[in-house]
Design a protein around this ligand. Structure first.
Ligand code: ADP
Ligand code: MG
Length: 229
């Protein structure tokens, strides 16, 4: 196993969005999370890298453990460093969100963050190219690394966002409906690349597409909104 969720409850206001939710996710597999709109799928992903921290303190109960750096870590333990956790648990959002900077600087951004928190590293050109190859973007951008990322198509931008997440060497990759704004060709490329990435990452992907889930998921989990009290 890679992630163990036990008795997770979360609420924004009074009503619970997730209630006593339990789930184990195996390592090096794609777990697909589906369910109706408003069921709490995004909320669940955000709990896995503490994205709610600060905004809704005290609104979560239960325990989430991830197996990171060869040990089980209670990710809400106060001793866990947030930059470290986010480095180990990458996130890709529904709409591609390249930063307003060049393709190269988008890729270097996670390393600059890591340098702030633990005083190291820049990337060699070869590292950038290796990641771009992994996401099948290398041939499309190798001649224009200094161009603004905003020049890329939607599918290319989403592959760049996946590449940016991979630059931090995450063990877990969370993706929230990563292809919902893309055309079928771009979607297929991303599905292929996620399947390739299983060997190095544990993937949790929210998807509303039954056919996508059939194509890529090893494990499927359907979540339902809690019944009104
Ligand atoms: P899903 O991703 O399955 O569509 P979400 O996790 O985004 O669902 O949302 C679950 C529920 O929480 C919905 O009822 C939504 O309206 C509510 N919700 C989401 N984000 C917030 C927020 N920031 N503040 C208040 N309620 C929210
Ligand atoms: Mg959502």
């Amino acid at each position: 196993m890679k992630i163990r969720i036990q008795g997770l409850s979360f609420r924004y206001k009074r009503a619970y969005v997730l209630e006593r939710f339990n789930l184990d996710m195996p390592r090096n597999r794609i777990t697909a999370v589906s369910g109706p709109s408003g069921a709490g799928k995004s909320t669940l992903l955000f709990c896995l890298n503490r994205l709610w921290e600060g905004l809704y303190p005290g609104n979560m109960e239960g325990r989430i453990r991830s197996f990171l750096d060869n040990e089980w870590v209670d990710i809400y333990d106060s001793k866990v460093s947030l930059p470290w956790l986010r480095q180990k648990t990458g996130m890709v959002f529904q709409s591609p969100n390249p930063f307003p900077m060049s393709i190269r600087d988008n890729l270097l951004f996670p390393l600059k963050l890591a340098a702030c928190s633990h005083g190291k590293r820049t990337a060699a050109e070869g590292d950038l190219f290796a990641v771009l190859k992994k996401v099948y973007l290398y041939d499309e951008v190798k001649e224009r690394m200094e161009a603004p990322a905003a020049c890329l198509s939607g599918g290319q931008q989403q592959r760049l966002c996946i590449a940016r997440a991979l630059m931090a060497n995450p063990e877990i990759l969370l993706l929230d409906e990563p292809t919902s704004s893309l055309d079928p060709v771009a979607e297929e490329r991303i599905e292929t690349l996620l399947t390739d990435l299983k060997s190095e990452c544990t993937i949790v992907m929210v998807s509303h597409s039954e056919s996508q889930i059939r194509r890529v998921a090893d494990i499927r989990v359907r979540i339902h909104p809690p019944r009104p009290a």
